[in-house]
Design a protein around this ligand. Sequence first.
Ligand code: URA
Length: 210
Amino acid sequence: MNDHLTVVDHPLVQHKLTIMRNKGTSTSEFRQLLREITQLLAYEVTRELPMTTTSIETPMEDMEAPILAGKKMALVSILRAGNGMLDGVLELVPSARVGFVGMYRDEETMQPVQYYFKVPQQISDRMVIAVDPMLATGNSSAAAIDLLKKAGATDIRFLCLLAAPEGVARMKEAHPDVPIITASLDRQLNEKGYIMPGLGDAGDRMFGTK
Ligand code: URA
C-alpha cells in the first residue's frame, strides 16, 4: 500500500475474488461477485469525498448532521469490461453521472485503440472514478485517463479488480496524480498481456463470450 496504489485487503473482498478467479465459476455468479466487490472497493474510493453538514431534527433534538458536499461524481466505464463495475458504484452513489470510454487492445501491438468517448458535462467540477476490472499493461488505462484529462477532468481515481505490477508502473509514470484502488496486485503479465494468476478475460467471463 502506498499513496498511488491501495490494495483493499478485506476478507470479504479476498473471499469473493477467489471465487471469481476460479475457472468453474458461472457467468452469472461472476457478474454478481464483481458487482459486490465493486461496492466494497467503492467504499474505499469514496472515503475522501468532501463532506458538509445540514441542520436536521431527529425525534430527540436538532442537530448539525454530516452529508456529502456539493462536488458531484462522474463514473466512467472503460468499455466493455468496465460496465460490470457500474452498477455496484451506482447503488452506493445513485446521483453519479456516467460516462464511457471505448478502448480495445490491439492483440498484436497490445496498444489501445479508441472507438468511443462520451462523458458528463462539467467533468472538471466532478470527482471522476474510472472503472475497468483489469489493469494489465496499463496502456489502455493510461490512454483513457489522457482522454479524461483532455476533456477537463482534474480529480480522477482508477478503480480496478486486479492490477499487474507492469500496469501500476505504467500508470504511475503516465498519471502519478491518479490513485489506483484494487482488490489485488497480481504477480505479472504473461507474454500475451494477461494478468497472472489473474482470472482470464474479464469481459468474456462476465458476458459469456469467447
Ligand atoms: N484483460 C483481461 O480481461 N484479462 C487480463 O488478464 C488482462 C487484460
